[in-house]
Ligand binder design. Structure first.
Ligand code: HEC
Ligand code: HEC
Ligand code: HEC
Ligand code: HEC
Ligand code: HEC
Length: 244
């Protein structure tokens, strides 16, 4: 009963005041009361859950701006030999290199240009399948012979030197190590750019607390260096190796 006088009498002043009163009344009370009553726990938990929602859901949501890719590209479909013929190779890597080639000088094509696509999609008037996506591709890009302005998820700033041939051929690393499961996807995720730093979420990290479960969750300077150290290439961690 004593307890009630404080809380109910002053509750009109708001939650915080009545909460403080509870603490004061506990000090003065000679009777034993548990320091945190049920109401206080609810109040506390509501605060914790509120901050978690703000920090984990709302903050990352406003921190990244979403840009959709110009059209969808379906990796899983093109890499399925039952659906698409002609993308050959004994290993998965060889089939990737059908589009993501190395030139004779060792430089990497990166995202293939339209001329690679028109090896098959050669007639804008006759689609190879019957999807809306393909028609859109034929009308918007193949017919006017216009490059698709793809957004690159892993593009590093210009000051960074990165060579695919060193990692894929010399280092024998699988594409997946750095890019995850992209090659098995049917739909392209939106390109997400960190509005404070300008980096893509694939570089800056999918998890704002900073921990990563997969090697491809983040690709900041530390992540490059961490793998070099682990694989015995610590000498590659001098500034001038990556910044020429
Ligand atoms: C028929 C051509 C084609 C083949 C074969 C192909 N890709 Fe792609 N790839 C593309 C196109 C087009 C894009 C750009 C759109 C996108 O992001 O998916 C792309 C983008 C990517 C990206 C995103 C790079 C970035 O940072 O934006 C990765 C990773 C990738 N491909 C990996 C692979 C792997 C691994 C394989 C082999 C298992 C493969 N691709 C086979 C056409 C192809
Ligand atoms: C080796 C031949 C080949 C190459 C090279 C190729 N495609 Fe295709 N593509 C196909 C075939 C065949 C289909 C139809 C498959 C089906 O619908 O069963 C298709 C389907 C598509 C579709 C519709 C699929 C969907 O449902 O999302 C799009 C869009 C597309 N291709 C874009 C591209 C782009 C962009 C490139 C170049 C990076 C490319 N293709 C390179 C053979 C090819
Ligand atoms: C050691 C990590 C690593 C491996 C392994 C790797 N990549 Fe990359 N990839 C990167 C980085 C880093 C970039 C950004 C490079 C830049 O901005 O200069 C990138 C960029 C790309 C791009 C976009 C290029 C562009 O011009 O925007 C494609 C496509 C791609 N990689 C495909 C592949 C494929 C296919 C493989 C396997 C054959 C592969 N990558 C293996 C780290 C890797
Ligand atoms: C998963 C492991 C791994 C990751 C991640 C990785 N590297 Fe490497 N890197 C290697 C290995 C292994 C070599 C040595 C290849 C060799 O020389 O045989 C290497 C070599 C290099 C070299 C020297 C080769 C040359 O062409 O001069 C540079 C530069 C380099 N890495 C830059 C980067 C950058 C930048 C990143 C991050 C964006 C990165 N690496 C991420 C494993 C990795
Ligand atoms: C293993 C490769 C690697 C090494 C070694 C390396 N960096 Fe970097 N650095 C990167 C990558 C990748 C980025 C872009 C991603 C990021 O900001 O973490 C970067 C970004 C930076 C940036 C920010 C540039 C910008 O535009 O925001 C600075 C500054 C920088 N590095 C300085 C250094 C210095 C100084 C050293 C030597 C102590 C060094 N780096 C060594 C890979 C490397």
């Amino acid at each position: 009963m004593k307890n009630q006088i404080h809380s109910s009498g002053k509750s009109s002043k708001g939650g915080l005041v009545s909460l403080l009163n509870r603490f004061i009344s506990f000090e003065k009370d000679s009777n034993f009361l548990p320091p945190f009553s049920f109401g206080v726990w609810v109040f506390f938990l509501a605060g914790v859950i509120g901050s978690l929602i703000l920090g984990w859901i709302i903050f990352p949501f406003v921190l990244y701006s979403n840009q959709p890719q110009p059209i969808n590209f379906n990796h899983a479909l093109h890499l399925n030999p039952e659906k698409v013929e002609g993308i050959e190779g004994d290993s998965e890597l060889e089939r990737c290199l059908f589009c993501h080639e190395f030139r004779d000088d060792g430089s990497f094509v990166g995202i293939p240009r339209l001329e690679k696509c028109t090896e098959c999609h050669d007639d804008p008037e006759s689609p190879l399948g019957d999807t809306r996506e393909e028609k859109e591709f034929l009308i918007k890009y193949v017919a006017p012979d216009k490059e698709v302005p793809w957004l690159s998820y892993s593009k590093q700033p210009d000051c960074v030197y990165f060579s695919h041939i060193a990692h894929v051929k010399m280092g024998e690393l699988a594409c997946k190590t750095c890019h995850g499961d992209h090659a098995n996807t049917e739909r392209l995720p939106a390109y997400q750019e960190n509005i404070l730093t300008g980096y893509s979420i694939n570089i800056w990290g999918k998890n704002i607390a900073g921990y990563k479960t997969n090697t491809w969750d983040r690709m900041k300077m530390d992540d490059c260096a961490e793998c070099h150290t682990k694989m015995g290439y610590k000498k590659n961690n001098a500034c001038f190796v990556c910044h020429k």
